[in-house]
Ligand binder design. Structure first.
Ligand SMILES: Cc1ncc(C[n+]2csc(CCOP(=O)(O)OP(=O)(O)O)c2C)c(N)n1
Ligand SMILES: [Mg+2]
Length: 196
């Protein structure tokens, strides 16, 4: 499965939600489909996107939060899975795009290329629902089921180690500065409180 196709399949749902991504290829691909004020592309702090998503989901139970993670990032912050499993907010959906590679820094193979199973690690960490998918239809189905359910779900989506360079972006970097994105995102979260 190509990750850009997977993102396209769920984009109509993402547009309306709070989304935190890891840095690099995933962020640039999501931004290429259309930026929204509810999208935060976490830079530099590898592994921590799921922890930020967890914090938002716990503090703002009325919001639906989606984290777009990577295999290398999860491997760097495996303890994050146990904290998610401990607090298991029902309004969080955790997608791990597993390309078995640190694609954004040159494509070095990760432990998942040698058989480590992140869905099994997530389940053993206490995450109540886990899925493994490897085609776009199964991914979209799993994602929609996770949104409709009231259980924290981790979906491990096997994707090609391939980057589809969006014309507007250079390398793996979005054209939105970290600080600009940070203030816009925080303002957006506050505006969602005011609307209620
Ligand atoms: C603490 C830390 N170490 C290393 C990096 C450099 N780095 C940025 S993205 C990345 C690879 C991320 O791999 P993965 O989560 O699998 O995403 P992919 O690039 O494959 O989509 C690395 C090593 C970083 N940003 N922070
Ligand atoms: Mg990867």
């Amino acid at each position: 499965m190509r990750r850009l196709e997977a993102l396209q399949a769920i984009y109509p749902e993402l547009e309306r939600r709070v989304v935190v991504t890891i840095m690099g290829a995933v962020a640039a691909e999501l931004q290429s489909l259309g930026h929204r004020p509810g999208f935060f592309y976490l830079q530099h702090a590898m592994g921590i996107a799921s922890s930020i998503g967890l914090g938002i989901a716990l503090c703002r139970p009325e919001l639906e939060v989606v984290v777009l993670d990577g295999d290398g990032s999860v491997l760097m912050n495996m303890g994050g899975l146990t904290t998610m499993g401990r607090y298991r907010p029902p309004n969080l959906t955790h997608v791990v795009f597993d390309n078995e590679s640190l694609l954004s820094v040159g494509g070095f193979p990760t432990a998942t290329s040698a058989g480590s199973d992140l869905a099994a690690v997530a389940a053993a960490s206490g995450i109540p629902a886990t899925e493994r998918v490897s085609d776009v239809d199964a991914f979209a189905d799993a994602f929609n089921r996770a949104l409709a359910s009231d259980r924290l779900t981790t979906i491990v989506a096997k994707v090609d180690a391939h980057y589809e360079a969006p014309a507007r972006t250079k390398g793996f970097v979005t054209d939105l500065g970290l600080l600009e994105n940070r203030f816009q995102f925080a303002r957006h979260l506050r505006s969602l409180v005011e609307e209620r």
